[in-house]
Design a protein. Sequence first.
Length: 366
Amino acid sequence: MKSQFSRRDFLKLSGLTLGGLAFSPFLPGLTDFDDSFVVRIGTVEMPVRTEPTDKSRIYQSWYRDDLVHVYEQVVAEEPKHNPVWYRVWGGYLHRGRLHRVKTIYQTPQDITEGKRTLAEVTVPYTAPYWYTKARGWETRQPPLYYGSVHWVEAVEDGPPMADYTGPWYRIHDELDSNVPYHVPAIHLRIFPLDIFDPISPEVPNEEKLIEVNLSTQTLIAYEYGKAVFQTNVSTGIRGGGLSGDKGLSTTTPNGKFTIVEKMASKHMGYSYFNVGQGGNLLADESGYVLPGIPWTSFIAPIGRPTAGHAFHGTYWHENFGTEMSHGCINMRTNEANWIFRWAQPPHTPGVISNHTGHGTPVEIHY
């Protein structure tokens, strides 16, 4: 939809939007819900245990995208790789499949038409809308989740809603570029440009190395043979496979690789890897759809330009230290940003993809 906002209208609405939030049912629970420590259920079903152990009785269950208030964090004896549990109403939730979220409303920013700006979602989730002449305005699935990142390319009118009259951001998605979608501008924080600043650019690329140990689920970054960064990660589930006509393995491959492409925001899904689905991420109900994956650094075997597996931020679990992924190397989002900025090739702000075919070397082993 073509924007009908003048700059004067934009500034007026930007100021009014935040002032009226406390009375808006479009923002459910704002006046009676303390979100100082809230988690989103990131899996189909999550049991609340009466004690912080999987051996205890199930008191009740929560379901995907439910928001649960946390009273206390408890360190138990198990599981060894991630012994943290959250005390909630009725018992305890293990944090592995949870997504810690906040509700932080933003002051909308003016966006230069045609100049893409990176932003992150700062509410638990927001429903994107898109417009077609045949169907008008309608919501699309899945929602955009807290911590996911997206390219904002304009400020435009959104769907007519009684509960929200502020500006909307038009989002560019490389897999859905023909029909862009819109989200309330108050739900996204525009990143400052220093989010792209390179780390240790003076160190030659041949003196940098990323090592991933699949047995210990750890990642170490080296400069001149000395470790400068270390963390635990979640690699692919060994021996697993996705359903469908390709039967794709979820095992993270081992060997020598190089970073070949970097994308600050990436729309991934099962059908993204499945050429037979023609790129339609909703074509197979057994697939997964993850828009706005942050700070993605694709790797490929040395001498092969094809990108498939990647380092990237993770907004759907907090179970690092054990195998969780469909083959990629899951990282905490801030740590994936570090790798993104530290490794070659360099990234140009505003550019969807930087691809050179030859970047920082990566070694993956058991």
